[in-house]
Design a protein around this ligand. Structure first.
Ligand SMILES: Cc1ncc(COP(=O)(O)O)c(C=O)c1O
Length: 359
């Protein structure tokens, strides 16, 4: 058994309605969990409505239609895809299946928090590798490999920094990697990346490396509340993950909504455009306020507020703006802001102005 008392549980935020009631506010802007502020595709909503009357039937445990659509889109075989209850679930399956007690999982520090939790649940050791200039340090990860290393987590773009590792860095990282190690490229935000040096990891799937690519419908597709993501890897690994996968892990509404969303290219283009434009709006306003930030390839920005960061976080909340404090990531002088609509971003900037004028 893992020492459960040593694991820090993921801290959920309060429901928006509850925060509204407590603070006596009319509206709340939630810019804390990197969701899509435009909402889901109308096609997804229609599909959910259609499917709703059939939820007395168990979901398709094999995800037949969705897997077929994904494989056609990505040029893969169906035996190379696994669906998960969010990509979170696939991280958890990978750790349960491949990480044994005493083995090691290498990850960026800071990076996505679930890697740590799942590693601890497997009674394995977390090997945290400090970022270099807010980017994952692949050469340092290579140096940290021991005979016990089993998994290496690469969040690309990295949450919470929004930075990427480039194709040439990834290729040289994979070159001499021992075959027993599984590298997880977590690409939850890949649709937002503008940098052309971003690796096309599907082209890197080969016989020499064990690579798992994780993607999600929670972010740009706007389906976070339904919980659906997928993993891409060699059939042998899929087959092993399937042994630990609950038979009906992805519900019917999620499968139907994801399938419909894949057909809505307009929604994706609209969401990408929004983030591109709003990123510039936020950069220019942060610049005017002389607040440093980390240029991002995702739909969130890490902003340095200094020693007053946690005070500012509380004041923003009083103004009805929920952002993500970075204490759990050991970045106490920073906050992470999800890029919202113009209206939401303006409200954030106005509130920030007001707070800084008063301190
Ligand atoms: C890097 C990263 N991976 C995975 C996830 C989880 O995504 P899902 O909603 O598919 O479980 C998140 C969500 O914030 C994330 O930031």
């Amino acid at each position: 058994m893992p020492d459960i008392m040593k694991i820090k549980s993921y801290q959920p935020g309060k429901p928006i309605e509850e925060v509204k009631r407590e603070l006596g506010l009319k509206t709340i802007v939630k810019l804390a969990s990197n969701e899509n502020p435009l909402g889901p595709s109308n096609k997804a909503i229609e599909a959910i409505k259609k499917c709703a009357s059939e939820i007395n039937i168990y979901p398709d445990g094999g995800g037949y239609y969705l897997k077929k659509a994904l494989t056609e889109k990505l040029g893969l075989g169906e035996e190379e895809i696994i669906l998960g209850n969010g990509s979170d679930e696939i991280v958890s399956l990978i750790s349960r299946v491949f990480l044994q007690k005493g083995e090691e999982a290498i990850m960026g520090d800071p990076s996505f928090l679930m890697y740590k939790i799942d590693t601890q649940l497997s009674q394995a050791r977390i090997i945290p590798i400090p970022l270099n200039n807010f980017r994952l340090n692949l050469p340092a990860m290579t140096k940290a490999i021991t005979s016990k290393t089993k998994l290496i987590f690469i969040s690309n773009p990295n949450n919470p920094t929004g930075t990427i590792v480039e194709e040439k860095e990834v290729k040289s990282f994979l070159k001499d990697l021992p075959f027993r190690i599984i590298v997880i490229f977590d690409e939850a935000y890949f649709e937002y990346v503008e940098d052309e040096n971003y690796p096309q990891t599907i082209n890197l799937l080969n016989e020499k490396n064990n690579i798992i690519i994780l993607r999600t419908f929670s972010k740009i597709y706007g389906l976070a509340g339904l919980r659906i993501g997928y993993g891409i890897t060699r059939p042998q690994i899929i087959e092993m993950l399937n042994r630990a996968r609950p038979p009906f892990n992805v519900n019917s509404l999620a499968q139907a909504a994801a399938l419909a969303s894949l057909k809505d290219k307009y929604q994706i283009e609209r969401s990408k455009k929004l983030i591109k434009e709003e990123k510039e709006y936020l950069y220019s306003n942060l610049h005017k306020m002389k607040l440093p930030y980390i240029p991002t390839q995702a739909n969130f920005i890490l902003i340095k507020l200094g020693t007053k960061a946690s005070y500012v976080e509380k004041r923003l909340l009083q103004d009805g703006i929920i952002i993500r404090g970075m204490k759990a990531y050991n970045l106490t002088q920073y906050i992470r802001l999800t890029i919202g609509t113009r209206e939401q971003n303006e409200r954030f900037i106005r509130a920030l102005h007001k707070i800084f004028l008063s301190i």
